[in-house]
Design a protein around this ligand. Structure first.
Ligand SMILES: Cc1cc2nc3c(=O)[nH]c(=O)nc-3n(C[C@H](O)[C@H](O)[C@H](O)COP(=O)(O)OP(=O)(O)OC[C@H]3O[C@@H](n4cnc5c(N)ncnc54)[C@H](O)[C@@H]3O)c2cc1C
Length: 394
């Protein structure tokens, strides 16, 4: 029997944003999640203005803000000279209702979304029963679960970077893996007492060890690259972590690391975001380095683009060919904006010679000094420019 439902694989921020948007449009949804509960890992912690505007439409921005920290400014530094440039989202306050980054862990969003979704009778979630395979015909999709099978009308694969849905529809994940891994250390140490003029979001260029600092409520998160020839054990050694933080804080050394994560970083994009009645969104469709905080944010932008179209097709007010626009728009901006920007961010911070470091510093200072360049830059880093560009593609 074909159920009149959209299926979603994965209850991460992207799957649940897609579910919330669909039920908001009156479309019944079932989310299948492989885990026994929502993930509670420490991963994304930055929500951009453009994403907050979207989450507001789901009633999720205000509760998220209550649990997060507003960061109206972001800055670039280099280890040698200190502050290079500072950007204030207030300069684009006419374009967004949220002229700041919100620093808040992604698991708080999924909890907020699920609590709201569970009040809606059109929503169903099935934990501990992930999608293992799928097959489709011209008007339905059947998902093969750990236990049982179900058939619905459409399937959204939002099941993360190792997406089983992406494998099931045989879509290549093209790109590359960086040789270095990234280490994230969270500490209650107050870096702002030691580093002058420190904003809650601070990217620090350095020829030896670039890094960035992000403040979330009660903690600072410091992210640094780990050289390819260092073992995981050595990178996760508490003493090594302490030395890194001591170096970041110019010798005033924090001792208390409450959380550490080491992970591999990739730049990959799925060859297509749509195959028939099956779509890919979020990390299932694209992954990138965390410089700029664009992974989850871009995934939530996918979820809105796709579900607004899907709801129209569901209601019969648009042809299903309209769904191809999802692939054209979102895949194009993922390639043109997200991949390019995140790779450039990494290249700028790690630049190994003085000329390249100076070019980066001068480029930032010129941008900061010119009101038009500054506004264009803020729209790029807050991902508003990529939304505008996507809307222009037909
Ligand atoms: C340390 C770190 C920091 C980051 N910082 C940022 C940041 O500041 N800003 C930002 O935008 N991004 C950031 N990212 C990236 C961000 O975490 C991801 O882009 C985001 O989690 C993607 O969300 P998603 O819903 O697509 O996938 P996920 O969050 O991976 O969720 C996928 C869900 O699918 C489930 N699942 C897996 N397989 C199956 C299956 N077969 N069937 C059913 N369910 C399945 C999983 O259990 C999981 O719940 C960061 C990542 C890391 C690791």
């Amino acid at each position: 029997m074909t159920e009149e439902r959209v299926f979603i694989s994965g209850a991460g921020p992207v799957g649940l944003s897609a579910a919330a948007r669909l039920v908001h449009h009156g479309v019944p949804v079932t989310v299948f999640e492989t885990g026994p509960d929502l993930a509670a890992e420490s991963r994304a912690s930055t929500f951009h203005p453009s994403t907050l505007d979207m989450l507001d439409e789901l009633g999720a921005a205000t509760p998220l803000e209550a649990q997060g920290l507003r960061a109206p400014k972001l800055q670039y530094r280099n280890k040698r000279d200190g502050l290079i440039a500072r950007f204030d989202f207030g300069d684009i306050a006419d374009l967004t209702n949220h002229p700041f980054r919100l620093q808040c862990e992604q698991w708080r969003l999924t909890r907020i979304l699920l609590d709201k979704l569970e009040l809606n009778p059109a929503f169903e979630i099935v934990f501990d029963n992930g999608i293992q395979d799928c097959r489709q015909d011209s008007d339905s999709v059947t998902v093969v679960l750990k236990q049982g099978e179900r058939t619905g009308r459409w399937l959204i694969g939002a099941d993360g970077a190792s997406s089983q849905v992406r494998r099931a529809i045989d879509v290549e994940f093209e790109g590359f893996t960086w040789p270095e891994r990234f280490l994230v250390l969270s500490t209650p140490f107050e870096f702002a007492d030691e580093i002058p003029d420190l904003d809650p979001v601070s990217y620090v260029a350095d020829q030896q060890q670039w890094h960035f600092l992000l403040r979330i409520p009660g903690l600072w998160r410091v992210m640094l690259p780990i050289p390819a020839d260092m073992s995981d054990d050595a990178a996760l050694d508490p003493e090594y972590g302490r030395r890194c933080l001591d170096w970041v804080a110019a010798g005033a050394g924090p001792s208390d690391v409450v959380h550490r994560t080491l992970y591999r970083v990739h730049q990959r994009v799925a060859k297509t975001f749509r195959r028939g009645r099956v779509f890919l969104a979020g990390d299932a469709a694209h992954i990138n380095n965390p410089l700029g905080g664009m992974g989850m944010n871009g995934g939530i932008h996918d979820a809105f683009n796709l579900t607004d179209r899907l709801a129209e097709v569901w209601r019969g007010s648009a042809e299903s060919t309209q769904l191809d626009l999802y692939d054209r728009q979102r895949r194009t901006v993922t390639m043109e904006a997200v991949q390019v920007q995140t790779i450039q961010n990494k290249k700028d911070l790690e630049a190994a010679d003085d000329t390249d470091q100076a070019e980066f510093r001068d480029r930032l200072r010129n941008t900061e000094a010119d009101p038009d360049l500054r506004r264009a830059y803020l729209q790029r880093i807050s991902m508003m420019a990529s939304l505008k560009r996507a809307a222009e593609i037909d």
